[in-house]
Design a binder for this molecule. Structure first.
Ligand code: HEC
Length: 172
């Protein structure tokens, strides 16, 4: 039942997006950018993420439904893996180097990240924390803003954020 509703919302969102893309594509650069956003939105929806498209062209998302993980609990990194799975991060982030809806977490820590606003910036602990709690503050080049839910700063405990960061650090 719930999935059907999500699917319908997703389809509706896609339609709205399609119309928006058709109506909004006046310049070639715009068109390419819109296509990229559309592709990422489709990926997000396939991952079970509800994407809403506002009249001003901005997208907003809700985190996918929590799922249970069977990873053994031992140390902050293992806990972080559980927290990341339970909070749907893994629906949008891979750990194998492939970009998905969001950038891969593989080799992220301490590496340089190119941003939409320029860069590069070093992905240290402060950057990771900011990216989790305020994802639009620094948007990774090649990815759309407003796709990552901006709610994790409220829904995750500070400990849980530290655990996710400990986990990302292990993904060399
Ligand atoms: C709906 C998809 C989605 C979900 C769910 C999601 N993210 Fe993201 N995330 C993105 C996108 C898209 C970006 C790139 C745009 C940006 O920088 O905001 C991103 C960027 C990031 C970055 C910066 C990556 C880099 O290469 O610099 C981190 C760290 C991150 N997310 C962590 C998380 C964590 C932790 C969770 C779960 C608590 C999560 N994300 C859930 C889509 C998502």
């Amino acid at each position: 039942m719930r999935m059907t509703t999500i699917r319908r919302t997703a389809l509706l969102g896609l339609l709205v997006l399609g119309v928006g893309v058709l109506a909004g594509c006046t310049k070639d650069g715009d068109e390419a950018r819109q296509r990229q956003v559309e592709a990422q939105v489709q990926l997000a929806e396939r991952a079970g993420v509800k994407v809403e498209k506002a009249a001003d062209g901005k997208t907003t998302t809700e985190a996918p439904a929590a799922s249970k993980s069977s990873a053994p609990a031992a140390g902050p990194a293992a806990l972080g893996q559980k927290v990341a799975t339970a909070n749907g991060c893994i629906a949008c982030h891979t750990i194998d180097g492939k970009a998905s809806v969001g950038p891969t977490w593989k080799s992220l820590f301490e590496h340089d990240v190119e941003l939409v606003s320029g860069g590069p910036v070093k992905a240290d602990e402060a950057y990771l924390k900011e990216s989790i709690t305020n994802p639009n503050a620094k948007v990774v080049k090649g990815f759309a803003p407003n796709l990552m839910p901006a709610t994790f700063g409220n829904s995750l405990k500070p400990d849980e954020i530290d655990q996710i960061i400990a986990y990302i650090k292990t993904l060399k």
